[in-house]
Design a protein around this ligand. Sequence first.
Ligand code: ASP
Length: 437
Amino acid sequence: MNNLVVAKFGGSSLANAEQFRKVKSIVLDDKRRRYVVPSAPGKRCKDDYKITDLFYLCHAHVQHKISFDDVFKIIEERYKEIVKELELSIDIDAHLKEVRKQISQGASADYTASRGEYLNGLILADFLNYDFIDAADIILFDKYGCFDSEATKKAVSSKLGHIEKAVIPGFYGAMPDGNIKTFSRGGSDISGAIVARDTEAGLYENWTDVSGFLMADPRIVDNPKPIERITYNELRELAYMGATVLHEEAIFPAREGGIPINIKNTNAPQDKGTIIMDNLEGEENLGTITGIAGRKDFTVIAIEKAFMNAEIGFGRRILSVLEAYGVSFEHMPSGIDTLSIVIDDSQLDHKLDKILEEIKRQCNPDSIHVIPSMALIATVGRGMAKTVGTSQKIFSALAKNDINIRMIDQGSSEINIIIGVETKDFEKAIQAIYKAF
Ligand code: ASP
């Protein structure tokens, strides 16, 4: 590990010339920020377009044999305006022309979408006076389109080893035949984390338009406190429950390399943001929690059968029914004679009646009933495992607010207490728990 910083800037951080200027002053403010990973230009305001969406639209037009001129014109204007306002000498027209040609000749969706980052990277490299390294040369996928970690590691060290300062576009890489392959949407976060891991950076900065994670969703809780430090595990739990700032898959490469991630705000660079790291020893957060997050739209199948505990294979038979219908489950809290299965509604898709029939047929339960419209709320905190009274605080806050708890689940890591409430109580429950801590 060295003192190198890899800085990834999201789409809103590079949406126009003014944002580019902010990015430049941030990058130049710290000499350690040697490798910069940009996204494509994002929205400048609520009703604006994301360049990546427009590129996908171009591709769809070509597929349907419809002219993509109008859409491409909007893309061209965005890039040309940035270049003009920043008074850069890069020949963006030539690059746009080449991209246009490839798209019109039927380039793949991945190639087309990746041009958002590619063009933005060229412009940013020119503006910062950094080298431009095409992600297709260092972020590598295998012939099946799966990310190839080993090949990438080698390519990054051989290509970047001698380059002092570089801009590497996010979101894409290449397969062995040279074809472009993208990560899933929002994937520039992953590219940044991979570059950080493979250059053994001391820090991965992820610059966006919020000052890190908040303890709760600001649409539900007024002015929630920012989370200054969080472990990868805690973040994983919160992210699963809907707290999004960072692409979930970006956590893994950074964690593998033991590299802390700092979520920072391009529009308020003085804010500390959130640091995500593994080793938070001495900061055990005893007596308090790190954050609360939740998701709606779950269905619970509650099954009862006398002496279920003694019946060998009962749980397996139930789960095999789900498996046969291609349904994954989220949680499975159980009692002696009861078992509940919590399933994301999107999984069920008209299959519920058939699943119930099949469970009845195969498992012969005493009763089986369905609780629809459940919401799950996760209260997450690394301090929980060693603190007495966390659950008591949660439950009494809910009781005081007249909220009925329909389910309780605590994972073995003891950093998370999940409760199920009715959807109508969702917001009220999050507010009550937040207040209690
Ligand atoms: N531009 C891509 C997207 O919109 C990737 C990214 O922004 O991270 O999904």
